[in-house]
Design a protein around this ligand. Sequence first.
Ligand code: AMP
Length: 287
Amino acid sequence: MVLRMAVPNKGRLNERAVELLVKSGLDLGEDWGRKLYVKVRNKDIEVIFVRAQDIPSFVDSGAIDIGITGQDQIANAGADVEEILPLDFGHCRLSVAVPESYPYRKIEDIPDGSRVATSFVNVTKKFFESVGKKVSVIEVTGAAEIMPYMNVSDFIVDLVSSGSTLKTNRLVEIHPILYSQAVAIANRKSLSERGEEILDVINAIRSVMNAESKKYLMADVPKSRLKDVEAMFPGLAGPTVMNIAGRDDMVAIHVVIDAKDIYDAVNSLQKLGGKGILTLPIDRLVL
Ligand code: AMP
């Protein structure tokens, strides 16, 4: 039976979500960008492209087995899904923001009866209920930022990442409601019935994420400096050391290291007499 997977069809989460699947080794073909769904060529998986906000309820209902979406969307949909793997992109927070001219900077001070514009109606209602405020929530599908200036609302609840959009629109962030990032989710029943297939996909994605922060480094180093070289690489399992045919004075080392350490590692190896130093990207790394 085919495994159904949902991925955001456009917007901020689309590109990276697709990249993770492709790098995982799932062959989506060439023209996936124009289709609503594609059958993965090399696996019994169907990838459906829908809006990020629709994915939580599709996964909750079982129409879809696994998906990639934002945690903010899961919270707003109130979806009961299993969050399996945080994906470390699409980081943002849902925050209360007020116009610079608004007199209040604390949630406690906001008067009952105020109007808040947001596309996150459910989370916003729950939040203001939880702090005992009676505000009226006005649903907008986008551009919440301009609602206070159109006098549609007094303030807004919206997603923030760098904060530059708020600044441009002369809004001040006063309170975060929730923090979010992209996450891989699964339907609970699918997970219990087809856990192995689902975890195969998740593990493949995890291996891509692991690999992206690492580099593969190869070098020939003097045998006499091997102790120093080994001390340089305490990571993973330390370097693999191999003999070089016809050379008694040099050995070859292979090691996986953090990409951020590559600059220092290459310089240090060179100073230890290393030759033929080579660094390579890694596609996947299963730990
Ligand atoms: P989309 O509306 O399809 O562009 O997707 C929006 C999703 O991207 C949100 O639900 C968040 O999960 C994520 N996201 C990350 N940063 C931001 C941001 N600064 N503004 C809006 N959405 C963001």
